[in-house]
Design a protein around this ligand. Structure first.
Ligand code: BGC
Length: 750
């Protein structure tokens, strides 16, 4: 037995080394699969949480983690487990990560086939769980840059710092669309538009994966959460989604389809249900669409404990074992179990009973081994600790700062109150987000919920610290409120009376998933009260919003002279905000979602015309606080001379739209030029407009640039009644800024 396994490993390695083409490499993988026992195969499909192989109670935030040799041995050698994830809920040093993962990989080397373990974590806005990592703007903030290069850089830094922690698999990016503002994971998305989300998602994917996954500074990405997860009807996480397939295809599938085409190799599955079918039981989505139609070559991993939940939560399986059969037959390749080993036992029994075909198991295992191979884990599962000199470096901090600056979105600037003067101003800084990095980072920061401040780096500035540094220690800070409790509002109001300007930084209690479900989209009453009380002093207010979703500010918006959307900006957020406040940087972020004004008026920018009908039989029903794509600058831009290359196009053509953009203000600045196109009439009610192209440009004062977009007519289509993409000939209107022009699409020549 021993010598035959040595022979298999040698044979496999030699064949792989000699394999030149993808076909040959896949054949080598299949050869390895053919030599595996059923138990070894099922083990590969199993993913456990790190706690499972560590000493002590699971998820103990206070104890240092140590591998329990007996538990590791049982997981890897007895149950042949192929993947481990997560951390014991808190952040570890690089050394600790190396220590833990080296032990895990060494154990895998003692197994019969020496198949390496694939280790994964949620590096959501940087290497979440590694001390000293570069924590960048969360995805929603990155989307506000409208600059895919910045998303690519963020991906590159995260990949580097994860590999510097011996971790090769990142459960990111989230490609769900943020169209339900109540949803607790809104900030994890790239916003409401599929074109913008796809562009940012593809760029981030490129940053994670590069051109060669096996290089020591790249990780394999995991697209989340396949698919349609982000539109829970109730707004609560993991509750039912009702979504016709045509909508799913036209919006929610788009970023996934594009990323898969760009080489994404793992997806994580939607934890809730669509139209009554749980994501993990959905053969149509997982097999027919993901694997057959999109030709996805990687593997699908479940979300946390989600196979068991088919039995205990979704109630589509009368037992856990039935749940395993349903999920694996639907197309699940790996189960994030994550804390028990029954999954293996049930799956082995199911194969022996003929309820799960061995061909399905072989398919899942070869997909998993393919990804391990592409990552280079068979040759080198851990790279040299000392090869990561750039970890947490100044170079990364600068890129992080740039991303934060470009994310910041100036929503309002009455009487040009911003930028502030550095001299002769008494500035009071207050609010829950004013003097802590915790609300600036949000969830997935050092811990899952990001609520623990003890891991915050000491060398990164809060908003107050950055403002104070800028004006020579003359700023005053008073807390005001916590997230939902009064602390010293009275004292703050008294101090406000002595100030020239008050910067109030409201914040949302960090959180994600179920713990961050909310009952009310309105901002916490106590924080609104702080703004109202300060406004009553008559002192000008600059409002900074550090929030994970658009909490309603309808009552206080008129009370603020300036409003800045800070999203969750990460560790350079304080510094970036102070630079914007004092005009050392010019804001250029644009909202990647529609900021609502009322709970009863939650619409997206691409709503239907019927949604505009109001109570007076007019068409004025849309009431947004701030529209999608909105964001001011310290300079002004105009758009003029919109031209379209022709008036009539056939279905195979491309339309070329150009416009002159001019900086008519006194400062240099960046502007996002946004091309929207409306299909005037269609067999499925058309949106009032759809974003079809965008570009961020930089202009000096008085400079004009002609911006030209070329869009294929086929990309102006929609998904019709029969779930097919189609462009119907007819009238279209192109819009940029205040300019618009019509054109016609006619049938293609035969
Ligand atoms: C989340 C996923 C995450 C996974 C692993 C789940 O609860 O829904 O987004 O990747 O946990 O941490």
């Amino acid at each position: 037995m021993r010598s035959s396994s040595v022979f298999i490993v040698l044979l496999f390695c030699t064949i792989l080394a000699l394999s030149q083409t993808i076909d040959e490499q896949k054949k080598a993988i299949n050869l390895l699969v053919s030599k595996m026992t059923l138990e070894e195969k099922v083990g590969q499909m199993t993913q456990l949480t790190l706690d499972y192989v560590c000493k002590g109670a699971a998820f103990d935030d206070h104890k240092e983690m140590f591998i329990d040799p007996a538990r590791l041995d049982s997981a890897v050698r007895i149950h042949h487990v192929g993947s481990i994830l997560n951390t014991g809920t808190y952040t570890l040093s690089r050394n600790k990560w190396y220590e833990l993962i080296t032990q895990i990989q060494n154990k895998a080397q003692t197994t019969r086939l020496k198949i390496p373990i694939i280790y994964g974590v949620d590096g959501i806005h940087g290497a979440t769980y590694t001390q000293g990592s570069t924590l960048m703007p969360q995805q929603l903030a990155l989307a506000a840059t409208w600059e895919p290069n910045l998303a690519e850089q963020a991906g590159t830094i995260t990949a580097y710092e994860l590999r510097a922690s011996a971790i090769p698999w990142n459960f990111s990016p989230v490609l769900d669309l943020g169209r339900q503002p109540l949803w607790s994971r809104f900030f994890e998305t790239f916003g409401e538009d599929p074109l913008l989300a796809s562009a940012m998602g593809n760029a981030m994917l490129k940053g994670y994966q590069g051109n060669d996954l096996s290089s020591p500074d790249r990780v394999v990405a995991c697209l989340k959460h396949f698919v349609g997860y982000s539109l829970p009807f109730s707004g609560k996480d993991r509750t039912p989604v009702l979504m016709p397939e045509r909508l799913l295809r036209e919006y929610y599938l788009v970023p996934f389809a594009q990323a898969i085409q760009q080489g994404a190799l793992t997806v994580m599955v939607h934890s809730g249900e669509i139209n009554g079918t749980p994501g993990h039981a959905n053969y149509h989505l997982l097999t027919e669409i993901l694997k057959d139609e999109l030709k996805f070559e990687g593997f699908a991993v479940t979300d946390w404990e989600d196979i068991k939940y088919l039995h205990t939560v979704h109630k589509v399986a009368p037992s856990y074992k039935d749940a395993v059969a349903i999920a694996i037959n639907a197309g699940i390749d790996m189960s994030m179990v994550p804390s028990d080993i029954q999954f293996c036992k049930y799956l082995i029994e199911l194969v022996k009973e003929g309820r799960v075909a061995i061909s399905r198991i072989d398919d899942a295992v070869s997909r998993i081994l393919w990804v391990k191979y592409k990552l280079g884990l068979f040759t080198k599962s851990i790279h040299d600790f000392n090869d990561y000199k750039k970890f947490g470096s100044e170079e990364f901090a600068k890129l992080n700062y740039n991303a934060a600056v470009e994310s910041i979105t100036l929503l309002k600037n009455e009487s040009q109150i911003l930028p502030l003067n550095k001299t002769n101003q008494k500035v009071l800084v207050t609010g829950v987000a004013s003097n802590s990095l915790t609300p600036l980072n949000g969830a997935w920061t050092h811990t899952w919920q990001g609520r623990e401040s003890k891991y915050n780096p000491k060398n990164k500035k809060t908003i107050f610290q950055a403002i104070n540094d800028k004006i020579g220690n003359k700023a005053v800070w008073i807390e005001g409120t916590s997230y939902d409790q009064d602390i010293n509002t009275e004292k703050t109001v008294e101090e406000a009376k002595k100030s020239d300007i008050v910067v109030i930084c409201l914040g949302e209690y960090p959180g994600t998933e179920k713990p961050a479900d909310i009952e009310d989209l309105n901002f916490d009453k106590i924080q609104l009260e702080l703004v109202k009380r300060i406004a009553a002093t008559g002192k000008p207010i600059v409002l900074v919003l550090a929030e994970a979703r658009p909490r309603l500010i309808t009552e206080i918006e008129p009370l603020a002279k300036a409003i800045i959307m800070a999203y969750l900006l990460g560790n350079e957020g304080g510094t970036a905000l102070a630079d914007i406040l004092f005009g050392e940087a010019n804001p250029s972020g644009k909202l990647p979602f529609t900021y609502p004004k009322y709970t009863g008026a939650l619409t997206t920018y691409d709503h239907k015309f019927s949604e505009t009908r109001d109570t007076k039989f007019g068409f004025d029903a849309i009431k947004h606080q701030f529209p999608f794509g909105h964001g001011l600058s310290y300079t002004q831009f105009t758009t003029a001379n919109l031209t379209i290359d022709k008036t009539s196009f056939n279905l195979l053509d491309s339309v070329t739209v150009s416009v002159d953009v001019k900086n008519i203000g006194a400062k240099s600045g960046k502007e996002v030029v946004q091309l929207y196109i409306r299909d005037e009439f269609a067999s499925i009610t058309p949106s009032i407009k759809r974003l079809r192209a965008f570009k961020k440009i930089f202009l000096h004062p008085n400079e004009t640039q002609k911006v030209t977009f070329k869009v294929a007519i086929k990309d102006l289509g929609f998904v019709n009644y029969y779930n097919q993409w189609i462009v119907e000939p007819g009238d279209f209107t192109a819009m940029i800024g205040n300019e618009q022009k019509g054109f016609v699409v006619v049938q293609s020549p035969k």
